[in-house]
Design a binder for this molecule. Sequence first.
Ligand code: GLC
Length: 459
Amino acid sequence: MKKYFTILVLLIFTAQISFSQIKKLFNETPQQKAERLKWWTDARFGMFIHWGLYSLPARHEWVKSHERLTDSAYQKYFDNFNPDEFDPKKWAKEAKAAGMKYAVLTTKHHEGFCLFDSKYTDYKATNTKAHRDLVREFVDAFRAEGIKVGFYYSLLDWHHPDYTMDDVHPQRPADGLTNVQKDSAYERFNKGHDMKKYQQYLKNQITELLTNYGKIDILWLDWTWGKNDKYGKHPEDWDAVNLIRLVRKLQPGIIVNNRLGLDQDGYSDGGDFQTPEQVSSKELLPYKGKYWETCQTFSGSWGYYRDENTWKNQRELLDLLITSTANGGNLILNVGPTARGEFDYRATRALDSLAYWMHENNQSIYNATFPPAQYDLPDSLNERLTYNPTTKKLYLHLLNYPTSGELILPKYNGKISYAQFLNDHSEVPFKVADNGKDLVLKLPKAKPPYVVPVIEFSL
Ligand code: GLC
């Protein structure tokens, strides 16, 4: 009897622990959440825009941290910021042509510089040679093209006088110190810095951004260290719980990413979606069935980087977009405009190539997700399937176009009724294989003029 009693007590105890580990901040049902996010999960494809003072040094948006620059060394970029070619209407047209349905702009990046006219700082675009609220113009231009509007906002701030030391701060102590030496260097720096005041600054600016520009569709907060990072910042440093409450109060319909880090504290609804950053298309698989968006650059850096030449080619970009959709996620692809405020020729070329593909093939992306399991193809084929649950069309993306003129779909007999190329609706004939189970598609030897041709199946 005593044994059973002990087991019972133990069971109740563990149940309480796991119960207390999942906490909720809001009363939203999973279905309500799905409805709130519907436009975004249907959209699948967005544009990220990283633009700030770092576009002048043109060697990574982290240049201030990488090179441990002081405020005064960095001041020349503020003094010389003069984006004479800034015309967000052009940006919006390029985004739209490439098939991007939403855009997220860095209103403030880690350097602390604000592209918007904030009451709470002088470190802003209106005080530079730009003399304008660049966020306002972005919002107006993108909305006019029917593109949803999002704000990226950096939680880190390498300029604010109250922001304290951490292990990526430009003024961090030299490498190789013991923890004791580090701690005392942090203490010295942090004298007179008050994170409580900085938290208020965050709330003030978020309030400005979420009240002065109409309906904002996405808020992309960036970022929080891992739970055990001793020299990092954590949700309580941002007063994250109250910050997210404020966000949801000001814009109840808004979609927020997960980088406030509230999941570390056991909250299941502190953010709406996960943000796998710069991962390979293969690494996207485990995210299936969750809300997620992979953020990716054309090259290695988010901010304009003049001398960086590892740009992804069209096939790699399409692979990311298609593989994201095929695993039920989104892709947000970044452009880092130049200091003059233009997309540079490499970005424009990449966007044009996506526009060409999306023009004829977008139906395999929008409103699409992974198909029901019965349609799965063996990994060895290395082709991707997407599926539109409303129209019940299945899309096969030929990342590896067969030169033999044939493609075998294992165990597909009876599963499809008609097949055509999506780009021109030309028929793709098929027959049942000798084994009676597989289907054999007959493909033209000359590949259709798309890096990744798409076949549309009616079921
Ligand atoms: C990282 C970087 C940052 C970039 C962001 C985009 O967290 O700190 O520079 O803005 O990722 O995902």
